[in-house]
Write a protein that binds this ligand. Sequence first.
Ligand code: NG6
Ligand code: CA
Length: 523
Amino acid sequence: MKNLSSLLLLCPLAGSVGQAATAVPPPDTDTPQRPNVILIYADDLGYGDLECYGAKNVQTPHINRLAGQGLRFTNAHACSATSTPSRYALLTGEYAWRKPGTDVAAGNAGMIIRPEQFTMADLFKSAGYATAAFGKWHLGLGDKTGGQDWNAPLPAGLADLGFDYHYIMAATADRVPCVFIENGQVANYDPSAPIEVSYVRNFDGEPTAREHPELLYNQRSSHGHDMAIVNGIGRIGFMKGGGKALWKDENIADSITAHAIGFMERHKDEPFFLYFATNDVHVPRFPHDRFRGKNPMGVRGDAIVQFDWTVGQIMQTLDRLGIADNTLVLLSSDNGPVVDDGYDDQAEERLNGHRPSGPWRGNKYSAFEGGTAIPAIIRWPNGIKTRGESDVLMSQIDWMASFAALLQARMPKGSAPDSRNRLGNLLGTDTTDRPWIVEHAANGTLSVRTKEWKYIEPNDGPKMIPWGPKIETGNHPTPQLYDMRLGDEQENLAARYPDRLFELQTLLRKVRRGDEEPHLNEE
Ligand code: NG6
Ligand code: CA
């Protein structure tokens, strides 16, 4: 990062560098300018779901191009096997399992990241970037769970977490309220249809999906999702009102993409940070007509294609605005994949040999690798000279400290406590593996992964997810140790390598305790 620091010395007013300088080439053309950063964060997109990761039944040409012009990571991990904790860790640099209340959030959850915490958006904002969030939020809004008045400005929200602008869904598409929130207020608010939300009881006169499955004209539920009905789809939680503010699931991708493009156009002359979190490929999968019914795998395949289209739109915009070369695009997913996650969308029946988690055992929710192994692709033409593939061991927990290093910015003491600067890994200049990473399954089970080994702590949970999806949890009442050089997690070697087991158990104990910098014996 010598180049970047010399640039910053030349331009002490870092906030004013950015894209304004693209018109005037820097004196040393090898010197990258501070890039725009776009974090494209898919939902439930598995390691094996993209063509460039070996998917056969689905074409993803835009993401192929992105990968072809950058680095594709084959050993990258989300912090948790579900959304809320994974996003919490990504955006704060603190493992969610350290903080109570970070499990999969309801749509009326209060803010899970508190305003006083230093976030990834704060980091960029403090470095002079324009910052924005689009799409899936799922980290709570307002001060208290259930306390929101959705008909008025929310008293606390993303503006308190460093985002200058946001156009988001409060939680997931399968959770009420089914409206977009723009800068702390319901977008396109309809005063004739005041909004009420409850996760406890229904509102008088509102049909539920459980009692009126005949009203589910767009998609039926397979498990759960039997409360409010919006757009002919059953949801989690009860809701009344919304009127013309209610989203149509088929337009969600178009809508968040259009808003993100608008933001890029408005901020093309200054550095910007976009947290672009798609609804695809989470349930309910109900992509636009342009995509629906086209893929042999059914709507799950269509949703992957819609996601690829979205990525293409972002890339095209960067090209059109002339800022692609100095924009760092990092594409990834919040957790592993799932097929049937509660809607009768034929995702399971139509897989046709496709393996959403690629070679890994387990899926979303799981302690096995499929829970947290995710695609990760980075492209930054001005700053990344290495192209191709990298198998460096990587965790999203480190992206915050790595971005801080990229910006040459200091983070306040105590912030991002679990995040380490691994910028060299991201940019391909350093291929040293992170010595260990921690994975977090849906039931709270922790695992330690090194390049060679994986330890899953013992727990009494069931072998399979108990509520619907057919997924191996990875739970076992005794410790599990796998040699990852043998492929995936098949043969438990705990009894054969007690020293190795003990070493990883000790490491996990120290990480859990928050020891300064625990390391493995041989390091
Ligand atoms: C589960 C939902 C599932 C999905 C998940 C969260 C049911 C039966 N299942 O409780 O559909 O919404 O929560 O997914 O309600 S995540 O990717 O946002 O973590
Ligand atoms: Ca998810």
